[in-house]
Design a protein. Structure first.
Length: 308
């Protein structure tokens, strides 16, 4: 049972590759630099690709069980502070996603025995800024940069449906990791006794523990009737202020010093919307299919992650 993962050297891809190899799947990770894919789990195979075409790997799609397309330039950049969204960087972010999607469709089209499913990465930014509105997979997309990006990203591989291949879009919330991403950036001020709400603290945060992210992807891969969009986030979204209060309690630190919204907008520009705006998303379709979260509440998730 072969599973191909694009973007497999990122946070989610590495964890997914480890879980699938442990479960007995033959995992192929596509990488621009396969010789540097030293963080892949034992048993996973790294194969070179250019990020734009099926050249050099497309034949692996023939008879594969699944392609999980996670490829795309990081929205926040690679540094500790998020990188600004210049017009040039927005174009790179968009093209990195759409080019990878076109490559997946190219590989599926050429396969004599089609993969059973293509799982396409996306994000809950799909819904735009909604205030206190509860959003589910039935909610219409927003109209900002992130929303328009996810619409195009999901559509980049949707043509496989006409080829008889099941298509799943995973709209992922903030994946919690103390070592990288949003949580790592949030933890530092708390550890320095400088933690507090960002802006007014009322914006919603839809989050997910990495173990549940991986389990949900595997659940959707193995569930033969799962198709269409799924929100991958815990069933307990929280306001930024409440989430920060829980971080403080878990770390034994105060949560009192707010970060002014104007300062973030001045420092980060448009990318500040990632933390100053949010979505109150529920994983309705996952719950309807019977998926059970191991970490449904933020305190249990943070205690597990920060105890390691």
């Amino acid at each position: 049972m072969r599973v191909i993962i694009t973007g497999g050297t990122g946070q989610i891809g590495r964890a997914l590759a480890a879980a699938l190899t442990a479960a007995g799947y033959a995992v192929i990770v596509l990488s621009r630099n396969p010789d540097r894919a030293e963080r892949l789990p034992t048993g996973a195979q790294a194969v070179r690709w250019d990020g734009r075409t099926a050249e050099g790997w497309g034949a692996l799609a023939d008879g594969a069980l699944a392609i999980v397309n996670l490829a795309g330039e990081n929205l926040a950049g690679s540094g500790f502070l998020p990188a600004r969204w210049t017009a040039e960087r927005k174009q790179r972010i968009r093209e990195s996603r759409l080019a990878a999607g076109r490559a997946v469709v190219q590989a599926v089209t050429a396969a004599q025995v089609k993969p059973r499913v293509v799982i396409q990465a996306s994000g809950i930014g799909h819904y735009g800024h909604r205030g206190d509105e509860v959003v589910t997979e039935a909610t219409a997309p927003g109209a900002d940069f992130l929303a328009e990006l996810t619409v195009a990203w999901e559509a980049s591989t949707a043509d496989v449906v006409a080829l008889g291949v099941r298509h799943v879009s995973i709209r992922t919330g903030v994946v919690l990791s103390p070592h990288e991403g949003a949580l790592a950036r949030l933890l530092l001020p708390y550890r320095l006794f400088l933690g507090g709400p960002i802006g007014d603290g009322r914006q919603w945060l839809s989050w997910i523990h990495p173990a549940d992210e991986v389990a949900a992807i595997r659940f959707l891969l193995e569930h033969p009737t799962a198709a269409g969009p799924f929100n991958l986030c815990a069933p307990e979204p929280l306001t930024n202020a409440r989430f920060g209060h829980i971080i403080g309690r878990v770390l034994g630190r105060p949560s009192w010093l707010p970060v002014p919204a104007f300062a973030l907008r001045l420092a980060l520009g448009e990318v500040a919307a990632i933390v100053l705006e949010g979505q109150r998303a529920l994983p309705q379709r996952l719950l309807d299919l019977g998926f059970r979260f191991r970490f449904p509440d933020a305190e249990s998730a943070l205690r597990d992650l920060l105890a390691r």
